[in-house]
Ligand binder design. Structure first.
Ligand code: C2O
Ligand code: CU
Ligand code: CU
Length: 567
C-alpha cells in the first residue's frame, strides 16, 4: 500500500519537476541537438580467415526476462554467449543475473567474438579497458542493425585486470546498459598467477548498479531534462543484478572484484565496522603494493580489486559494505530536486548498505596478503611529448549542455589538439571550463588557451556563472554548473600525476579526498567540482579514432564525448 502511494507521489513529483525546469527557461537546445548528429555506418566486419583464434565465441544481445524482485519477472536486455573454441572456463554465467557472462581471457590469447544483434535497435559492444585496434573498440560508427552480426578479432595485450563490456551506440548507450547490457571481463597473466591470490569460489565479482522499478517490477527509464543534466539514479542497489545481496564466506581471505556498473551513481565504499579496505588494484590491474584505505570512491566505469580477509571472524558474524555519506558531486539545487524526485529513497551521497558478507564456515588456513603485487613503468613528465602544452579536456556544464572542450559529440569532428602522434606519451589536463579559469590556468600553455576559448564558445557559461550568485528560482540554473564527472579515455590506461581543487570547493572535497587511488593504472578518473586532474597516457600500437567521454552515461549520450585520433 505504502509503495503504491509513494510511486504515485513520485510520478507527480517527476511531472512537477519537469514543469519547474520548463518554467525556469531550460532551453530546448538539447532537444534540438538530439537526432541531429547521424553516425556514418560502416558495413559489419567479417571474419578474417588468416586470424587464428585461440578463443572464439558468439555473443548475443537480446530481450529476456529475469526474476529480480519478488513477484513478476522483469523485462531486460541481456548478453549471453556460446563458446566455440578455447578453454571452457572462458565463459562463466552468473546464475539468476541479467548481467552477461563473466569473460576470462589470458594475456596473449587471440580472440574472435561474433556479436549478434538481437535487439530492435542498433548496437555495438565496447571492451572498456582493453587495448585493441580502433576498428575493434566498439566505436558507435561500427554499430550494426537488428539481426546483423559483427566480428571482433584481437589479441589480448593487457596485463591482468578487470574490464567491462557494454554497448556504445550513438545516443543509446545509457538506456541499453540500464536495461541490462553489461558484463565483466577479466584478463589474467603470469604476474598475477605467481601471486596465488584467492581464486575460484574465493574470487567474487561484484557489479554494483542502481535501478528504479515500477509496481509491476519493470524497469523505469524515462529520462527527463533533469535526469539528463545530473544522470539517472535508481532507488535500489543491485549487486550482480540482484537486490539485498548476502554473500556467504568462510573465515579466510577473499578477492573481491568490484565494478561500478551504474549509469551515474557514485559510491563511497567502506566496511561498516571500520575495517579499512585493502586495495589490490584498480581499472588497469594490480598496484605495486596493496594500499589500505578508510574508504574508496568508485565512479561509474571504475573498478576495484579488494583483498577481504575474514580470518578470525566467528561463524554467524556479518560485515556490510556501505556507501558512506559525502557531498559535492551534484549541484546543491539539483541534489534537492533529485531528492524530491525518484531518488527520494536513496539520495546521492547518502549513507546506505550495498551488500552483506555472512561468515558461515570456520576454516583454519588462509592465504597471506603479498607485500609486493606487481611492477609497471612509471610515466614521467620528462618523457611526454607535450610537457608544456597539455592536451585539454575541459568540462563545461551549463544550462545549455554538458560538453567536452566546448563541443558536443559529432562525427568526424577531430580538432587539432585531438590529433595525437602514434607511440607517444601525452600529458593531459582535465579541468572545469567555467569559474576560476583565469586563476587556475594562468600562465598555462597553448592547450589551456584553446580549452578556455572553446569553453566559452559552448555558450551561456558566463551567464550561468552570474546566476549562481543569485538567490531564488534562477539560481537553480547556475547550480547546474558544477558537478563531478567520471572522465574515461579509451585505449591504454593512464597514470594520474596530480590533482588540485579550487579553494571554494575544499569543504565538499574533504568528504571524498581520501578515497582516490593514484598509484595504479586507470582508464576512468572522477573529476570533482573545481578539480583539475593531470594524467599521462600512452598512445601506442594502433592508429585510428578512439573516444573519450564522461562515463555518467546520460552525459555521454547528451554529447559529453569526443573522438581523438592517433596518427
Ligand atoms: Cu565504458 Cu566509452 O566506455
Ligand atoms: Cu571505454
Ligand atoms: Cu559528466
Amino acid at each position: 500500500m505504502t509503495t503504491i502511494i509513494n510511486n504515485a507521489r513520485r510520478r507527480f513529483m517527476v511531472q512537477s519537476g519537469l514543469g519547474l525546469l520548463a518554467l525556469s527557461g531550460m532551453p530546448s537546445f538539447l532537444q534540438a541537438m538530439e537526432g541531429m548528429a547521424v553516425m556514418p555506418r560502416i558495413p559489419p566486419r567479417k571474419a578474417n580467415p588468416n586470424f587464428k583464434a585461440d578463443v572464439e565465441f558468439d555473443l548475443y544481445c537480446r530481450p529476456s526476462q529475469v526474476a529480480i524482485l519478488k513477484g513478476a519477472q522483469t523485462q531486460v536486455l541481456q548478453y549471453s554467449a556460446v563458446l566455440k573454441k578455447g578453454p571452457k572456463q572462458t565463459l562463466v554465467n552468473i546464475p539468476g543475473s541479467y548481467l552477461g557472462p563473466l569473460i576470462h581471457l589470458q594475456k596473449g590469447q587471440k580472440v574472435r567474438i561474433v556479436l549478434h544483434n538481437g535487439l530492435s535497435e542498433t548496437t555495438v559492444t565496447h571492451w572498456h579497458g582493453l587495448h585493441v585496434p580502433a576498428e575493434m573498440d566498439g566505436h558507435p560508427m561500427y554499430a550494426i542493425d537488428p539481426g546483423a552480426a559483427l566480428v571482433y578479432e584481437f589479441e589480448v595485450l593487457n596485463r591482468a585486470g578487470m574490464a567491462i563490456y557494454h554497448p556504445h551506440p550513438h545516443e543509446a548507450t545509457a538506456s541499453q546498459v540500464y536495461h541490462g547490457l553489461a558484463g565483466a571481463l577479466f584478463v589474467h597473466d603470469e604476474e598475477e598467477a605467481k601471486l596465488e591470490l584467492p581464486t575460484g569460489e574465493h574470487e567474487i565479482p561484484i557489479v554494483i548498479q542502481d535501478r528504479l522499478f515500477d509496481e509491476q517490477n519493470q524497469l523505469i527509464y524515462a529520462r527527463n531534462k533533469h535526469d539528463r543534466m545530473v544522470g539517472f539514479y535508481g532507488d535500489r542497489i543491485l549487486v550482480n543484478g540482484l537486490p539485498d545481496v548476502k554473500i556467504d564466506v568462510a573465515s579466510r581471505a577473499y578477492r573481491l572484484r568490484i565494478l561500478n556498473g551504474s549509469n551515474a551513481r557514485i559510491y563511497k565504499l567502506a566496511w561498516d565496522d571500520g575495517t579499512p579496505i585493502t586495495v589490490l588494484g584498480v581499472d588497469g590491474g594490480l598496484l605495486e603494493q596493496p594500499e589500505i584505505k578508510a574508504y574508496v570512491m568508485l565512479a561509474p566505469g571504475e573498478r576495484l580489486d579488494v583483498w577481504a580477509d575474514f580470518s578470525g571472524r566467528s561463524v554467524g558474524s556479518q560485515l556490510v559494505m556501505r556507501s558512506l555519506a559525502f557531498t559535492g558531486v551534484l549541484p546543491k539545487m539539483a541534489q534537492r530536486m533529485g531528492n524530491m524526485m525518484h531518488a527520494n529513497q536513496l539520495p546521492v551521497g547518502s549513507d546506505y548498505p550495498i551488500f552483506t558478507i555472512r561468515v558461515t564456515e570456520k576454516v583454519s588456513d588462509s592465504p597471506k596478503l603479498p607485500a609486493q603485487l606487481s611492477s609497471f613503468p612509471h610515466y614521467h613528465i620528462n618523457d611526454v611529448a607535450n610537457p608544456n602544452k597539455p592536451m585539454p579536456i575541459s568540462i563545461s556544464e551549463g544550462p545549455m549542455a554538458m560538453l567536452l572542450n566546448g563541443r558536443a559529440y559529432a562525427d568526424n569532428d577531430v580538432q587539432d589538439f585531438e590529433r595525437i602522434k602514434l607511440n607517444t606519451l601525452q600529458l593531459i589536463e582535465i579541468f572545469h571550463a567555467h569559474g576560476g579559469m583565469g586563476m587556475e590556468h594562468k600562465g598555462g600553455g597553448m592547450g589551456m588557451g584553446m580549452g578556455m576559448g572553446m569553453g566559452h564558445k559552448g555558450g551561456g557559461m558566463g551567464m550561468g556563472m552570474g546566476m549562481e550568485h543569485k538567490e531564488g528560482g534562477m539560481g537553480m540554473m547556475g547550480g547546474m554548473m558544477s558537478m563531478a564527472h567520471p572522465i574515461h579515455l579509451h585505449g591504454q590506461q593512464f597514470q594520474i600525476i596530480s590533482r588540485s581543487v579550487s579553494s571554494d570547493k575544499t569543504d565538499d572535497y574533504e568528504t571524498v579526498r581520501h578515497g582516490f587511488i593514484e598509484t595504479g593504472l586507470k582508464d576512468t578518473v572522477l573529476v570533482m567540482p573545481g578539480e583539475t586532474v593531470r594524467i599521462i597516457k600512452p598512445f601506442q600500437d594502433f592508429k585510428g579514432v578512439f573516444m573519450y567521454h564522461c562515463h555518467n552515461l546520460e552525459h555521454e549520450d547528451m554529447g559529453m564525448m569526443r573522438d581523438f585520433s592517433i596518427e
